[in-house]
Design a protein around this ligand. Structure first.
Ligand code: ADP
Length: 717
C-alpha cells in the first residue's frame, strides 16, 4: 500500500518544491506573476508521468491547477478567476498537461512492453537452443512462445524434404474452437495457405483478420475463424526447417510488434533443430559403426547370409531407402545378390536378380567412383539392368555405393527411393563410410574362408602323409626282416663259409639293414604317436635292460667305425614304469646320432644312475657338437642342423622329436649340452616307478653312484 502511494507523495512533493521555487522567484523579482509558470508545470507533469506513471502525473496536474489559481493568477491568494484570459490560460495549461501525460504514457507503455519481451526472450532462448532432441525443442518452443505472446493456437510445421510438404508436427490449442479441430489433416505444399506462402517467400506474414483472407486454408469442414494469424518461417543457413504459426481470436489481436518477437523465436528454433539434426546424424553414424563392428566376430561365428543381411540393414537404417540390395563378388567372378531389403521391399518377395558380370558393373568399378547418385529416369550412364529395374519399381532416386577392399571391387549396395530426393554431402559421406566398413567385413570373411580352406587342405595332406608313412613302414618291415635273417645266416656261416671279401660285404649288409630298420622303427613310432590310437604299453621295468639292449644293437655300427662305447650303469636296478619298445627306440636314436655325428671313430659314454628320486641316463659323444642357435630347435619335428659337412649323413630329422615325445610321455625330460667340435651330451631323466617289483632297493640306496656293469664295447679291427 505504502509502495503504491509513494509515487503520489513524490509527485505532490515535486509540485510543492517547484511552486515554492516559482513563488520565491516572483517575490525576489517583484513580479506579480511569472508568465512561463504554465510551461514549467506542463514539463513537470510530463516528467512525473515518465518517471512515476500516469496516476501521480494526474494528481500533480490537479494540484498545480489549484496552486496556480491561488498563488499565481490575479487576484492573488484566493480561488477563482476574474478575467476570461486567466480562465483560458488555466484550462489551456491543464489540457496541455493532460496531452503530455497521455503521450508519455503510451510511449512508456510500449517501451516497457518491449523490455519485458526482451527479457522473456533472453530467458527462453537458451532453453530452446540447449535442447538436442527435436521433440523436446518443439515442446519448449510452444511453451516459451506462450510466455511472450498470449496465443490461443500454436502450430509448428516441419518441412519434409522428401515429400516436399509442410507437415504439422506440433499443435497447441488453448481455447475453442481450436481445441475441437484436428489440424493434423492438413499438409501444405510451398505457396499453399498462409503457412505455405511464408515458407516459399521466407518472409513473415501477419493476417489481421483471417476470416476475410482468401489465402487461409482450414481443415475440411472447418469454417473460417475470426482470428489474427502470424506465420513465421524457420530458416537457418539458407535452409528451410518449417513454419511457426500463431493465432489469436478476434481480428487484429496480433500486431506488427509481435512479428520481430516471433521471428527471433523462429530463428532460434531453426538453429536448435539444425543442431538436433546434426546431433541425431552423428548419433546415427556412431550407431551404424557400432553395428558394423559387430559384423566381424573373430571366429566368423555368424552365418554369411546373416552378415550380409545385417550389412544391408545398416544401410537401410541410415538411408531410409525404399529398396536396397547388396551384391557380392563370388568365386565365379560374378556379382551375386547377397541380401535385399528396404522400407518398402515387397514382403516375402525373393530376389530374382541374375548374377552380374564385371562388364555389367563396370561403370561402378572405376576406383575414382566412391558413390554414384543417379536419377534413373534420365541417367544415361546407368547400365540397362539398373535402369530397367528402377523403372519397373518406380524409382525416382538411387545411390550406388561400391565396396572396395584395397583395389578389389568386392561388391556394391544399391539404395533406391520412390520419391525424388536430394542428398546432403554429410549423408553421402556417412553412407560411404558404411560402405568402406562393410567392404572390410566382407573382405575379412573372404580371407577367413580362404584361410579355412587352406587349413583344411593342409590337414588333409598331413593325414595322407601319416597314412603313407604307416603303410610304407609296415610294408618295408617284413621284407627287411627276411633280408636281415638271411644276412645273419651268411654272417654266422650257417650257409657255408664265405671268402673274406664276401664276409666284409655281409657285414656292411647287416650294418646298413640295421640303419634301415631303425629308420623304419622311427617312422612307425612317429605314425603311432601322431595317430594317438595306439597307447603306450606301460609296464614296470628296469631301464638298465632297455639301455643294455640298445647298446647291443648299436655295437656293430660302433665297431664298424672302429669306435668305443663305454657303458656305466648303476648296480641296483633302475625301476621305471614305461613302454620298453618306445623307450628302446628313443635310446637307439640317441646312440645312433652319437655314432653318426662323430667324424672320427666314435667315442661314446652311456651312464645310467639314480639320483634325487629320478633316473638319469646320459649319452655323451665326442663328435662334431651342435651350434648354440640350433639347440632350441633340435627337438622339433623334421629339424636338422644346416651344415654342409653333414650333407652325406643320412637322416630325416624325426629322431630327436621322437625322443622328446616318448620321454615326455613317460613324465620325463630330455636336455642337451653341447660344445662345437667337442661333443654333445643328451640327458634323459625319468621318474622312479612308484612300486618297483624288480627292485627291493628304495630311493637313496645303492645305485646312487654309477659303477661299471657291462664291459666296454671296443671297436674291432
Ligand atoms: P636326424 O638324425 O635324422 O637328422 P634327429 O632328430 O635325430 O634327426 O637330429 C636332428 C639333428 O640334430 C641332426 O640332423 C643333427 O644335425 C643334430 N644332432 C642330433 N644328435 C646330434 C649329436 N649327437 N651330435 C651332433 N649333432 C646332433
Amino acid at each position: 500500500m505504502i509502495r503504491r502511494l509513494l509515487p503520489y507523495g513524490v509527485a505532490l512533493a515535486a509540485v510543492a518544491v517547484v511552486a515554492a521555487g516559482l513563488g520565491v522567484a516572483a517575490w525576489a523579482l517583484a513580479l506579480p506573476r511569472i508568465e512561463t509558470f504554465l510551461l514549467v508545470f506542463v514539463l513537470l507533469a510530463g516528467a512525473i508521468a515518465w518517471q512515476l506513471g500516469r496516476g501521480p502525473a494526474v494528481l500533480a496536474t490537479a494540484t498545480f491547477a489549484l496552486v496556480s489559481d491561488y498563488f499565481f493568477i490575479e487576484p492573488q491568494n484566493r480561488f477563482g478567476t476574474t478575467t476570461l484570459s486567466d480562465s483560458v490560460h488555466l484550462i489551456t495549461g491543464v489540457l496541455a498537461a493532460a496531452a503530455v501525460i497521455q503521450f508519455v504514457h503510451v510511449a512508456r507503455h510500449d517501451q516497457l512492453l518491449l523490455r519485458k519481451r526482451k527479457e522473456l526472450l533472453q530467458d527462453v532462448s537458451p532453453r530452446i537452443i540447449q535442447s538436442l532432441d527435436a521433440d523436446e525443442i518443439l515442446n519448449t518452443v510452444a511453451e516459451a512462445t506462450l510466455r511472450v505472446i498470449d496465443y490461443q493456437h500454436f502450430r509448428l510445421y516441419r518441412w519434409d524434404e522428401a515429400a516436399e510438404r509442410l507437415v504439422l508436427v506440433k499443435s497447441v490449442a488453448r481455447a475453442d474452437p481450436y481445441t475441437g479441430i484436428d489440424w493434423h489433416t492438413v499438409t501444405l505444399a510451398l505457396g499453399e495457405g498462409i503457412t505455405g506462402i511464408a515458407a516459399q517467400s521466407r518472409r513473415s506474414i501477419l493476417v489481421p483478420d483471417a476470416s476475410q483472407d482468401a489465402r487461409m486454408v482450414y481443415p475440411s469442414g472447418v469454417s473460417p475463424i475470426k482470428e489474427s494469424v502470424l506465420s513465421v518461417p524457420m530458416v537457418t543457413q539458407n535452409r528451410l526447417f518449417g513454419v511457426l504459426s500463431l493465432a489469436r481470436l478476434r481480428a487484429r489481436s496480433l500486431s506488427l510488434e509481435d512479428v520481430p518477437v516471433m521471428e527471433s523465436i523462429a530463428a532460434q528454433t531453426a538453429l536448435a533443430l539444425a543442431n538436433a539434426e546434426q546431433y541425431a546424424e552423428a548419433e546415427q553414424t556412431i550407431k551404424a559403426l557400432a553395428m558394423i563392428e559387430t559384423l566381424q566376430p573373430p571366429d566368423g561365428g555368424l552365418p554369411d547370409a546373416d552378415i550380409d543381411q545385417r550389412i544391408l540393414q545398416g544401410f537401410v537404417d541410415l538411408s531410409q531407402a525404399d529398396l536396397a540390395l547388396l551384391r557380392r563378388l563370388e568365386a565365379d567372378k560374378r556379382y551375386h545378390v547377397a541380401a535385399v531389403g528396404g522400407r518398402s521391399w515387397p514382403k516375402n518377395a525373393v530376389s530374382t536378380g541374375e548374377p552380374l558380370t564385371a562388364a555389367q558393373v563396370a561403370w561402378l568399378s572405376d576406383p575414382k567412383v566412391t558413390v554414384y547418385v543417379a536419377d534413373p529416369g534420365t541417367d544415361q550412364k546407368l547400365p540397362d539392368w539398373a535402369g530397367r529395374g528402377a523403372q519397373l519399381a518406380g524409382v525416382k532416386a538411387a545411390v550406388y555405393l561400391p565396396m572396395r577392399a584395397g583395389q578389389r571391387f568386392v561388391g556394391f549396395v544399391g539404395l533406391q527411393w520412390r520419391r525424388p530426393r536430394w542428398f546432403r554431402p554429410e549423408q553421402l559421406g556417412r553412407l560411404q563410410l558404411l560402405a568402406a566398413q562393410a567392404a572390410i567385413a566382407l573382405d575379412t570373411r573372404h580371407a577367413l574362408e580362404h584361410e579355412r580352406g587352406r587349413a583344411e587342405a593342409l590337414a588333409e595332406l598331413e593325414r595322407a602323409r601319416r597314412e603313407f608313412m604307416q603303410i610304407a613302414s609296415h610294408e618295408l618291415r617284413t621284407p627287411l626282416t627276411v633280408i636281415r635273417g638271411y644276412a645273419s645266416l651268411l654272417e654266422e656261416g650257417s650257409l657255408g663259409q664265405l671268402p673274406q671279401p664276401a664276409r666284409q660285404a655281409v657285414q656292411t649288409l647287416m650294418d646298413k639293414s640295421s640303419e634301415m630298420r631303425a629308420q623304419i622303427e622311427r617312422m612307425l613310432l612317429l605314425a603311432r604317436l601322431e595317430d594317438g590310437a595306439a597307447l603306450p604299453q606301460m609296464a614296470p621295468l628296469d631301464l638298465r635292460t632297455v639301455v643294455t639292449e640298445a647298446v647291443e644293437r648299436v655295437q656293430p655300427q660302433v665297431q664298424l667305425k672302429e669306435g668305443r662305447l663305454r657303458l656305466e650303469l648303476a648296480e641296483a636296478p633302475l625301476p621305471i614304469l614305461g613302454d620298453s619298445e618306445r623307450l628302446g627306440t628313443a635310446v637307439d636314436n640317441l646312440l645312433q646320432n652319437a655314432v653318426k655325428f662323430s667324424t672320427g671313430p666314435p667315442q661314446i659314454e652311456v651312464v645310467g644312475h639314480r639320483e634325487n628320486g629320478r633316473i638319469h641316463l646320459v649319452v655323451r659323444d665326442h663328435g662334431i657338437g651342435i651350434p648354440e642357435a640350433a639347440r632350441r630347435h633340435l627337438f622339433e619335428k623334421f629339424y636338422r642342423v644346416h651344415n654342409p659337412q653333414l650333407q652325406n649323413v643320412a637322416g630325416t630329422g624325426i629322431g630327436l622329436y621322437l625322443v622328446r615325445q616318448v620321454v615326455e610321455g613317460h613324465g620325463g625330460r630330455v636336455r642337451v649340452d653341447s660344445h662345437l667340435d667337442e661333443g654333445s651330451a643328451f640327458e634323459i631323466d625319468l621318474p622312479v616307478a612308484p612300486e618297483t617289483p624288480c627292485s627291493p632297493a628304495g630311493d637313496g640306496q645303492g645305485g646312487e653312484t654309477p659303477s661299471p656293469l657291462v664291459g666296454e664295447g671296443r671297436g674291432g679291427g
